[in-house]
Write a new protein. Structure first.
Length: 144
């Protein structure tokens, strides 16, 4: 039996979910989604529906090494960083987007934390960002 993952990608909704956490989302998801929207000339609805579809496809191909951190309190809660093709058929995974997300396999939830492209001059997370997402992961696990 296959479970259905709920993909939460709206930055307002994500901010609302994590608003009472000491460690909120350490990324500027809203700004990065605006860059994606501008690149592809999408309106909000197009952006969210296309992004949700592409994330679902990419998520099915997650590998063990895409997990950059698993909660020490609950191994079903983890931080993922993986590549995803661009939102058009012309872009490969290598030239597409990097996705950072918090995944809750216990409740079948996927929270988009960040999206960016290598062409923005960023490939890896900084040590500060890694520490913040680890803290967010543990705080989320404690909240369940």
């Amino acid at each position: 039996m296959e479970c259905t993952i709920n993909f939460i990608i709206d930055p307002k909704e994500i901010d609302n979910i994590f608003k009472d956490f000491k460690q909120g989302n350490p990324f500027t998801l809203k700004n990065n989604l605006k860059k994606v929207q501008k690149k592809y000339l999408f309106d909000n609805q197009e952006l969210y529906s296309t992004l949700a579809q592409e994330l679902q496809v990419a998520y099915k191909n997650i590998k063990r090494n895409d997990i950059i951190y698993e909660s020490k309190k609950n191994i079903k809660i983890a931080i993922l960083k993986f590549r995803m093709p661009g939102l058009d058929s012309k872009t490969s995974k290598r030239d597409g987007f990097r996705i950072v997300s918090l995944i809750d396999k216990e409740n079948d939830m996927f929270y988009l934390l960040d999206i960016y492209s290598h062409s923005q001059g960023k490939d890896n997370l900084t040590d500060t960002e890694k520490n913040k997402v680890k803290k967010l992961c543990e705080e989320y696990a404690e909240s369940l």
